[in-house]
Design a protein around this ligand. Structure first.
Ligand code: F3S
Length: 283
């Protein structure tokens, strides 16, 4: 009887850094503390922070009403405009943008200033992509599929710089780059995909293939946890999607010999450990 916990389960480096930053600020700084958007997609963590006095700013309009205190930028990053607005109001900024995302902001800002047209490969509705876009000038487009490429006027600028949303699928990125290359003759492509998601998915698949039952832990709204569940479900029929230990019906697991555990990028370690410890007691 064996319980295998994925090494990559839970927070990636950038999310852990952002969450730790908020707890650090709670312990060290006076005055009101805000996060610009929920720090992670996890109700438990957001509620815990709220109980410690951290409020969530949910929109730019809400930001208008803030006059003092500290605003923490989450790992997704924000548009330059938001940073300027906060500075203009004299509000203290604690920037917990993931360094991998910040690197893209810097590339986009520099290449844009040099006159290049910026193409961002990613989901235009994702806050990370909106943030990246906000560091470019007016010559910028977001591309999610081949159809979007047709809408870009390539004659306007001859020099193109391509970057990617950190969580974009690598194969899809390659396919889109191939199409763009045929359109333009001066193109620089920077693969800014972060491997954390891919590594978590690869490990989850390989564990799910080798166990009798698989448990995926994460918030029901977390898209990366949903994806993780799909991958595990394809590899192991006996896969369970839970938010916390309370959702796990241990009788349901039945008589299995090996159980695998993984978790989405926004699942805190204490929730993972609680599940792991309880499954261990039973098996
Ligand atoms: Fe950063 Fe990669 Fe996580 S970009 S926030 S370490 S998925």
């Amino acid at each position: 009887m064996k319980v295998i916990k994925a090494k990559t389960a839970g927070f990636c480096f950038g999310v852990k850094r952002a969450v730790d930053t908020v707890y650090e600020q709670v312990n060290t700084c006076g005055g009101p503390i805000y996060t610009y958007g929920p720090i992670i997609h996890n109700e438990e963590v957001v509620k815990d922070l709220e109980s410690r006095g951290v409020s969530v700013i949910r929109s730019e309009e809400e930001l208008e009403g803030i006059t003092e205190g500290t605003v923490i930028i989450r790992s997704h990053g924000v548009e330059k405009r938001i940073c300027d607005k906060l500075r203009g109001k004299g509000i203290r900024i604690v920037d917990a943008t993931c360094p991998f995302v910040k690197k893209i902001h810097n590339i986009v800002e520099k290449e844009s200033a040099e006159g290049k047209y910026i193409l961002i490969i990613g989901n235009p509705d994702h806050p990370e992509v909106a943030g990246i876009r906000g560091w470019a000038g007016s010559d910028v487009s977001v591309i999610q599929n081949a159809g979007d490429i047709e809408k870009v006027d390539f004659s306007k600028n001859k020099k193109i710089c391509v970057v990617s949303q950190t969580t974009f699928n690598y194969n899809k990125f390659q396919d889109l780059v191939e199409i763009i290359k045929k359109k333009s003759y001066d193109i620089s492509v920077l693969n800014t995909i972060c491997n954390a998601t891919k590594e978590r998915q690869t490990e989850a698949r390989s564990i799910a293939e080798s166990v009798d039952a698989m448990i995926v832990i994460g918030d029901k709204h977390s898209s990366n946890t949903q994806k993780l569940y799909e991958i595990c479900r394809n590899a192991c029929n006996n896969t369970y999607y839970i938010q916390t230990l309370d959702d796990l019906d241990l009788n349901q697991l039945g008589s299995v010999e090996t159980v695998g555990i993984t978790a989405g990028a926004s699942t805190p370690n204490n929730i993972i450990e609680e599940v792991q410890n309880n499954v261990r007691i039973i098996f």
